[in-house]
Design a protein. Structure first.
Ligand code: 3ON
Ligand code: FE
Length: 492
């Protein structure tokens, strides 16, 4: 009886755990070559460089780190021109990376659970954090910047990916000051240049959010700081023409186990399911009053987009039921996907006249890493692209790309299951002359995927108009790249 019960209970998974785990092997090698193993054809009018950041090392000289978010930043650059593609990857030579590689052992505590060897006694009172520059990579104002939200960016050479050093953004950031890993770009209207909007958070008993806006040359247009009550963990933000919008997750922070060397900082974050989630709207003019609206408790890392419509603000986000942390003792490679909440796509409607919030679940399939056509950031939009699980229910690794059409409610899905694993898709609009009208989905989706069958990664190029056709080109690398975080595309 027991066997038959467990057999009925056993779900058929779309992936094999050992396959998934191998995508988290370190990639210590740095390479530099023309990609010659290509299926299909690189679109002739796709020109530019796809940059992507993420943890390159999941161990330091054989000693595993506790969580991938603690892994040293490694940047990949795939430069595409005239139908050819060149691959390069380099580690960000942060102070911590260089010191640990030289010592051959873990010298720093990580935010997500990595501890120095020797138990709590070796970690007690060590409150230094290692800037690992692993979360995002942007090319802005002539600088290539590797971002990590708890410290200053590292600047890299965009051609060689060599590390130039910590970058204070022309003296804007004092040593050690944070700069978030989730800037948003507002497209300039009527020939005006684009604006980059980013933020920084200094958490504490009360937390300070600073907003920064930069013009295309990287010059600071303005900045303004706001103090909000309580500890804030704000990974991402969305913008509209008038607001920067944050979701203050209902969490509390008890730093004692961190100070005593027993847990890392993120392991001291406690989800409080009885507290509401707060939507914080900071006016971009820096002078109008900050608005705070309350909604259902949930946890958000990433927002998709936001826009304003007649006194209401809409926000699309990837929502978790609670904070999906791994416990202090667990090995992330052995995580029980079923016991962790899955990210779902939610749409929030914030009513600014009566301060109420309504929300609905747009898509309950497990998903992460949303993207859209860059011209629609902060504006009403029709199409969203997002990494997704192969199965419509349950928490699972990303193995597919989902395209959602908000107008027709149609969905397209392209899956690489059972042996492939997906990363963040990046939308690249088809380059056209400025006066040519194009559809919102006229462009490509670029994504690094891991293929466990060959233990290698490939750059996938999908035609965003119809992703079900499968890739227009698959550029196979000679090796694997560990699952990563965020990237960007620059045509300059
Ligand atoms: O004590 C505070 C708490 C805290 C957590 C202060 C603090 C600023 C030091 C801090 C630090 C936060 C940091 C450094 C956050 C870094 C986050 C990071 C590197 C990545 C987050 C990724 C999020 C998601 C949702 C990734 C999804 C990945 C997959 C679906 C797998 O492929
Ligand atoms: Fe992120």
């Amino acid at each position: 009886l027991e066997t038959s019960q467990s057999q009925t209970a056993a779900k058929t998974l779309s992936y094999d755990r050992t396959d998934w785990q191998r995508g988290y092997e370190s990639q210590p090698n740095e390479s530099d070559y023309w990609i010659d193993d290509i299926e299909g054809e690189i679109p002739a009018d796709l020109e530019g460089t796809f940059f992507r950041n993420g943890p390159g090392l999941l161990d330091i000289n054989g000693e595993p780190i506790h969580h991938p978010f603690d892994g040293d930043g490694m940047v990949c650059a795939i430069a595409i021109s005239d139908g050819r593609a060149h691959f390069r990857n380099r580690f960000v030579h942060t102070e911590g990376y260089l010191a640990e590689q030289k010592a051959g052992k873990i010298l720093h505590r990580g935010v997500f659970g990595t501890q120095k060897p020797g138990g709590w006694l070796s970690n007690i009172f060590d409150l230094k954090i290692k800037n690992i520059a692993n979360t995002n990579i942007i090319y802005w104002g002539g600088k290539l910047l590797a971002l990590w939200e708890a410290a200053e960016p590292y600047r890299l050479d965009p051609c060689t990916l060599e590390t130039i050093g910590l970058d204070s953004l022309d003296g804007l950031l004092k040593p050690g000051e944070p700069f978030a890993a989730h800037p948003r770009i507002e497209k300039g209207q009527n020939g005006a240049g684009d604006t980059l909007v980013n933020f920084s958070v200094k958490p504490g008993l009360s937390s300070t959010i600073t907003i920064y806006e930069f013009d295309e040359s990287g010059k600071l247009l303005h900045s303004h700081a706001h103090t909000i009550p309580g500890f804030a963990f704000l990974h991402d933000m969305v913008i509209t023409p008038n607001y920067c919008i944050f979701f203050q997750n209902p969490v509390s922070f008890n730093p004692l186990p961190f100070v005593l060397g027993m847990r890392s900082a993120a392991q001291c974050i406690q989800f409080s399911p009885k507290k509401p989630t707060q939507a914080i709207l900071i006016p971009r003019n820096g002078t109008d009053e900050v608005k705070v609206l309350e909604t259902e408790p949930c946890f958000v890392f990433h927002h998709c987009n936001a826009w304003e419509e007649a006194g209401e603000v809409f926000v699309d986000s990837v929502c978790y039921e609670s904070f999906p942390n791994v416990g202090p003792d667990g090995d992330f490679l052995e995580i029980d996907f079923d016991s962790l909440p899955a990210g779902e796509l939610w749409r929030f409607k914030l009513n600014l006249s009566d301060n109420t919030v309504e929300h609905k679940v747009i898509e309950s399939r497990c998903c992460e890493f949303p993207t859209l056509h860059p011209n629609y950031a902060g504006q009403p939009y029709r199409y969203l692209y997002i990494g997704a699980a192969n199965s419509p229910t349950g928490n699972a690794p990303l193995q597919a790309i989902l395209k959602v059409d908000f107008l027709t409610k149609e969905q397209q899905i392209w899956s690489v299951a059972p042996r492939g694993f997906a990363g963040e898709p990046v939308f690249v609009p088809r380059a056209v002359s400025p006066d040519t009208a194009t559809a919102e989905d006229d462009g490509w989706l670029l994504m690094l995927m891991y293929d466990a069958a060959k233990h290698r990664s490939s750059l996938v190029i999908l035609d965003a108009r119809d992703i079900t056709k499968g890739p227009v080109a698959l550029l196979h690398l000679k090796h694997h790249i560990p699952y990563g975080l965020h990237g960007s595309f620059t045509s300059s």
